[in-house]
Ligand binder design. Structure first.
Ligand code: 6PG
Length: 248
């Protein structure tokens, strides 16, 4: 990756990572609401953010009550091509870990309709919803991202054309390695965000993290490299195990 300062924060373990991420989310959400009376957040899927969402939802923790959930608009960075109650649904994961515990209005929960038989139609519908929401500059206040062991992020997988998408905001790539479609926000929209935070946990991610941060610039091979905010912050929050392969 081009030699510029990377905001990389390393935490002892997943618990420390999740707690620091909850602090970041609460702080940035409160700031956005203070400045713009609403906050738009695109959530990552997979397993890593579960702990963060559980912390944000927990009334005993110092996060939930700092966020004005009535002003929060939740979006998804990507979704599996499954119904919302499917075990693999990213929406379901967030519903179970967060939505059921916070006072957010249904119309502020902008889920990707993974149940649409035609994945391309699901992507087009979501793009319409985003274009209706972002009347001005399409700029998320915060985007949460994960990193796969193959260096994919959202559903931008190695060797897929969507990694280089510059026009559409949402796409439905066929992912050969998964044998299924995914619906994902594209770099064209992600890179316009105010802030993007990667949450990366576990030894199995060490090689991918090293390749993305220290390897040659090759986003087709390491798609997370395509995340370069045009005019925003990029923060890597990782645990020690994931950072284990870094040399610099
Ligand atoms: C998804 C995600 C994906 C995820 C990575 C990491 O739908 O799977 O959005 O990009 O963030 O695959 O997943 P884990 O956190 O489960 O390792």
């Amino acid at each position: 990756m081009a030699q510029h300062l990377i905001d990389l924060r390393v935490f002892a373990d997943g618990a420390g990572l999740a707690r620091a991420a909850a602090e970041e989310c609460a702080r940035r959400a409160a700031e956005a609401v203070r400045l713009r009376a609403r906050v738009s957040i695109a959530l990552s899927g997979g397993s890593t953010p579960r702990r963060l969402f559980t912390l944000l939802a927990d009334p005993r923790e110092p996060f939930r009550d700092r966020i004005d959930w009535r002003a929060v608009h939740l979006f998804w960075g990507d979704e599996r091509h499954v119904p919302p109650d499917h075990p693999e649904s990213n929406f379901r994961m967030v519903r179970e870990t967060l939505l059921e515990a916070v006072e957010i209005s249904e119309e502020n929960v902008h889920r990707i309709h993974g149940e649409e038989p035609d994945a391309a139609r699901a992507a087009a519908l979501y793009e319409d919803e985003l274009r209706a929401f972002f009347t001005g500059e399409p700029r998320f206040d915060l985007v949460l991202l994960g990193l796969g062991a193959d260096a994919h992020t959202a559903s931008l997988f190695p060797g897929t054309a969507v990694v280089r998408e510059r026009e559409r905001w949402v796409a439905a790539p066929w992912v050969e390695t998964l044998g299924s479609f995914r619906i994902t926000l594209t770099p064209a929209l992600l890179n316009r965000a105010e802030a993007l935070i990667f949450l990366v946990q576990g030894e199995e991610k060490a090689a991918a993290l090293r390749a993305v941060l220290e390897g040659e610039n090759d986003p087709d091979r390491w798609p997370a490299q395509v995340i370069r905010p045009e005019n925003g912050e990029l923060v890597w929050m990782v645990d020690g195990a994931a950072a284990g392969g870094l040399t610099k």
